[in-house]
Design a protein around this ligand. Structure first.
Ligand SMILES: Cc1cc2nc3c(=O)[nH]c(=O)nc-3n(C[C@H](O)[C@H](O)[C@H](O)COP(=O)(O)O)c2cc1C
Length: 196
């Protein structure tokens, strides 16, 4: 593993500075225009055959949907996600309208969330994705059809602290590490590093 300090100097600041903080500002409100921009960024992501196999549920803090989503979170996630301005519920299509399986749907949905994430960063907002929640309970609560897979949730808001995790010091630094390129970039044979 390596630290956050060894990033390429040419990495764009939106990428270099992005992090999944848990220190959301409870006083922040996300307006509809900003929310629409974030979802528009997701909308313009590429997808296999332009299938656009995503759905986003929107729950602003104070709305019943927010409480419903927050109550399904794993306890460790409840501690911080309930302070976000908006929680988004993400679902991926299993098949198109003619019933044909969409093998790349989850890949496409992840990419649309990445676009949303960097649009948010460009607007000074933080995004923290989470998978730790009761997926079946949420699918039931929000009436997600069986042909759709609930994948993840996304907490969006303003961070009060971007340098440390003020929610719980146990997280500090743990998520600021990455494997070196030599461990995952290959050329002629899988597993043989292109660069040492
Ligand atoms: C699909 C997915 C699921 C995640 N689930 C959780 C989660 O349930 N709880 C949590 O605190 N963080 C969750 N995270 C955040 C990751 O732990 C975090 O992105 C990773 O540690 C790297 O940190 P960074 O985003 O700050 O670079 C999730 C991230 C992704 C992409």
């Amino acid at each position: 593993m390596t630290s956050t300090t060894d990033r390429s100097q040419t990495l764009h600041p939106l990428l270099a500075d992005r992090r999944s903080s848990r220190a959301f500002d409870e006083g922040h409100r996300l307006d509809d225009a900003t929310l629409t921009s974030l979802l528009d960024a997701a909308r313009w992501a590429p997808s296999a055959n332009n299938s656009q196999p995503w759905r986003f549920g929107v729950a602003r803090r104070g709305e019943a949907a927010f409480d419903a989503l927050a109550s399904a979170l794993a306890p460790g996630n409840q501690a911080w996600a309930a302070r976000a301005s908006v929680l988004l519920l993400v679902a991926a299509a299993d098949a198109d309208s003619s019933g044909r399986h969409l093998p790349w749907a989850v890949y496409d949905v992840g990419q649309s969330v990445a676009h949303l994430t960097f649009q948010a960063a460009s607007m000074g907002l933080g995004v923290h994705q989470f998978a730790g929640f009761d997926h079946d309970a949420v699918a039931r609560e929000f009436g997600v059809p069986a042909s759709w897979k609930v994948t993840t949730g996304i907490a969006v808001g303003r961070y009060v602290d971007t340098d440390s995790d003020s929610v719980d010091p146990k997280w500090d630094g743990r998520e600021r590490v990455r494997n070196p390129l030599s461990t995952f970039v290959f050329s002629e044979r899988f597993g043989e590093p292109r660069w040492s």
